[in-house]
Design a protein around this ligand. Structure first.
Ligand code: S3P
Length: 425
């Protein structure tokens, strides 16, 4: 489906943002292997999280859905049942990688597959550490879906993460719960820690010191209700829209503010955005309301430890950079190449199509802000974050923008276009 979008005079209003994708996945998975029932509220019903939900149903978990409320009846750490078929992870890397860590120590065999994009994404990064723990996993060419996982007894490992990836880290953590000795995982740069927070709240023996995580095996997890905060990666589109559209003010309510995810706020502040955060006590994950107003922006450098805290926001930050004065440099972000698309390339193509000045590099991009974009036909490459970034760009672009395969936003944010439409005057 193509979607035609036009510039706006201003954007005003309040947004109740969809639930966090990372936390929604983990709320299903972790409660599925816990003892007891749990209620998940503000669950994200995007396609990726539905893939996780359906897979755990296939593995024998009773899950009821009432709109954004989900009840998971946990089967305990050893209670999952073999599925006599292929588990379909759709477009979701998080589903595939975290699930691999849960299935590797089970007493049965499993097979995982996904869509064309997921079949191109590297799985060796989880196969390697899990194999070091004693897992037996077969993959196409040793690296790609479909995966065949032969459940085995695992032992703990000491593992230095070669890249900043919460998906890989989480797979090792889940597997370590089942191992016969402790695991020590060291990260060079800290990645999102939702798995650690949730598992600890459910009785797991996990210690974190600086960037070293120690996980000791346990016998059981206790089911726990999860109130999913709004997704800061989804909020990011509205934060940027409010900052670049003229005469605008947008408040995004109940946004997750976990510091391992909140890099976009510091980058926007550094670029001069008029942005204020009102945090409130929420228990578990931090959350609050964020208000942004039209702003005079200038370029910045985004690199190093900051990258994992905003990795999924880099496509929309590229749009922000086009509307800022001066140069914005993004480096140390080679991980962009292995997302739903090669996002160094797809960001470059999107910005170029819209008349922005962008240069690709090996580990990021450089944008010279011109303060203007021009409407055009933009390929989304079926990447939800490219489609949403192009939609925000269209609000300030001259003329008409046509987004190809615009419905791919359903992966993480099915209500995106409706909410955006509701902010136009
Ligand atoms: C995610 C981790 C990140 C992120 C993805 C969700 C998670 O991926 O890009 O959208 O929920 O753990 P990596 O682990 O590959 O960095």
């Amino acid at each position: 489906m193509e979607r035609v979008m036009k510039g706006v005079k201003r954007l005003l209003g309040e947004v109740d943002i969809a639930g966090d994708k990372s936390v929604s996945h983990r709320a299903i998975m972790t409660n599925a292997i816990a003892d007891g029932d749990a209620k998940i509220t503000n669950f994200l019903s995007g396609e990726d999280c539905i893939s996780t939900l359906n897979i755990f149903r296939s593995l024998g978990v009773d899950i009821s859905v009432f709109g954004k409320e989900v009840i998971v009846r946990g089967r305990g750490m050893r209670g999952l049942r073999a599925f006599n078929g292929v588990l379909n992870a759709g477009n979701s890397g998080t589903t595939t990688r975290l699930l691999s860590g849960i299935l590797a120590p089970q007493s049965f065999e499993s097979a995982i597959d996904g869509d064309d994009s997921l079949r191109l994404r590297p799985m060796k990064r989880v196969i390697e550490p899990l194999s070091l723990m004693g897992a037996r996993i077969e993959a196409s060419g040793g690296n790609f879906l479909p995966l065949k996982i032969y459940g085995r007894r695992l032992h703990g490992i000491e593992y230095d993460m070669p890249m900043a990836s919460a998906q890989v880290k989480s797979a090792i953590i889940y597997a370590s719960l089942y191992a016969d000795s402790e695991s020590v995982i060291t990260e060079k740069v800290k990645s999102r820690d939702h798995t650690e927070i949730m598992l600890k709240s459910m009785g797991a023996d996990i210690e974190e010191k600086d960037n070293v995580i120690t996980v000791r095996p346990i016998e059981k997890l206790v089911a726990r209700d999860v109130r999913v905060p709004g997704d800061i990666s989804s909020a990011a589109y509205f934060l940027v829209a409010g900052a670049i559209a003229p005469n605008s003010e947008i408040t995004v309510k109940n946004v997750g503010l976990n510091p391992t995810r909140a890099g976009i706020i510091s980058v926007m502040r550094r670029m001069g955005a008029d942005i204020s955060v009102e945090e409130y006590a929420s228990g578990g994950e931090r959350a609050g309301d964020i208000t942004v107003r039209s702003s005079e922006l200038s370029g910045t450098v985004i690199c190093g430890d900051e990258i994992p805290t905003l990795i999924d926001e880099l496509p929309i930050i590229a749009v922000l950079a086009c509307m800022a004065k001066g140069v914005t440099v993004v480096k140390d972000a080679a991980e962009l190449k292995v997302k739903e698309t090669d996002r160094i390339d797809t960001v470059y193509r999107m910005i170029t199509a819209l008349g922005g000045k962008i240069e690709k590099t090996d580990d990021g991009f450089i944008i010279e802000g011109t303060g203007e974009l021009s409407g055009a036909r933009v390929e989304s490459f079926k990447d939800h974050r490219i489609a949403m970034s192009a939609a925000v760009a269209s609000l300030v672009a001259s003329g008409e923008t046509v987004i190809a395969d615009a419905e791919c936003v359903d992966i993480s944010f099915p209500e995106f276009y409706n909410i955006l439409g509701g902010l136009h005057e």
